[in-house]
Ligand binder design. Structure first.
Ligand code: BJW
Length: 233
């Protein structure tokens, strides 16, 4: 711990579960009715844009009423206090890390609260619906879609993520099943670069065997405990 300077943290749906946002692959909730592969692909959007836009409108509205939990707050505390390198790479499309106060956050799967115009490539903050096909504020075309990364699309800022992993002393994975690549492969890539690896998850994940250490329990307990250890509190 004494020599530790650079930390990369990967977060997934599990960190927002206790804020009331359903995970993708746990039993119960929103995703029982919608298979993620049926709504989170460019093909699904082409096949049935109304279904996809309606679903995202509903989720965009819902997340704005959710609040960050103790795990988001602990990472924000770490971000504020940690002098060394730190990057919170989140797969989540909610904005709970930012609302908790974290600033070193990278959304590799995009964000619900951005629109992307497929006509002019504009990206802008967007909190309202898209089902009624609003005009792009930049070019006027009615070609907006959620600025999220669907299956088969390239996640954002991969070069920056790999550059941070190469410099890392510690890689921590929080609340993710290890089912979706490339994020699921970060632990193996970190191991190859001799980076120490730690998993904090409710239960064993698909990637648990790759980690030097896995701790199991709810994020609101494990993450504040771990942050206190790092900050020596
Ligand atoms: C708690 C908790 C609590 C609960 N406390 N924990 C074969 C092999 C390898 C790859 C592929 C392959 N076939 C296809 C691919 C590629 C594909 C892929 O991975 N498919 C898999 C299904 C196999 N990937 C892609 O297409 C990606 N793009 C790509 O690969 O481009 C090429 C490329 C190559 C090389 C380098 C770079 C790029 C794009 C993936 C896009 C994923 N998009 C989604 C939707 C986003 C928009 C939306 O929200 O609608 O992203 S899918 C969905 O899954 C979402 C999530 O970010 C992502 C991961 O889910 P996450 O966060 O892990 O959630 P869950 O539900 O799975 O797990 C929650 C965990 O929390 C569980 O473990 C619980 O136990 C735990 N938990 N409560 C702590 N309280």
């Amino acid at each position: 711990m004494a020599d530790m300077r650079n930390i990369v943290i990967l977060t997934g749906a599990g960190i927002s579960a206790e804020s009331g946002i359903d995970t993708f692959r746990d039993a119960g909730g929103l995703w029982e009715q919608h298979k993620v592969e049926d709504v989170a692909t460019p093909e699904a959007f082409e096949r049935d844009p109304d279904l996809v836009l309606r679903f995202y409108d509903m989720r965009r509205e819902a997340i704005q009423a959710k609040q960050p939990n103790a795990a988001h707050e602990a990472l924000a505390k770490l971000d504020a206090a940690w002098d060394g390198g730190l990057l919170i790479v989140t797969q989540n499309v909610d904005d709970l890390h930012e609302r908790a106060g974290a600033s070193r956050v990278l959304h590799m799967h995009g964000t619900h609260l951005n629109a992307w115009c497929t006509a002019c490539d504009m990206r802008a903050k967007w909190t309202g619906p898209m089902l009624d096909r609003p005009a792009c504020p930049e070019c006027g075309e009615r070609a907006l879609r959620p600025d999220v990364v669907w299956f088969g699309e390239m996640p954002y800022e991969m070069d920056r993520i790999y550059a941070s992993l190469r410099k890392a002393d510690l890689f921590v994975s929080i609340g993710t099943s290890g089912a979706v690549y490339p994020a699921a492969g970060f632990v193996q890539e970190a191991r190859e670069m001799r980076v120490r690896t730690l998993e904090l998850n409710l239960e064993a994940s698909m990637g648990s065997r790759w980690f030097h250490e896995s701790r199991h329990g709810p994020a609101t307990q494990l993450v504040p405990q771990w942050v206190d250890e790092v900050l020596g509190g």
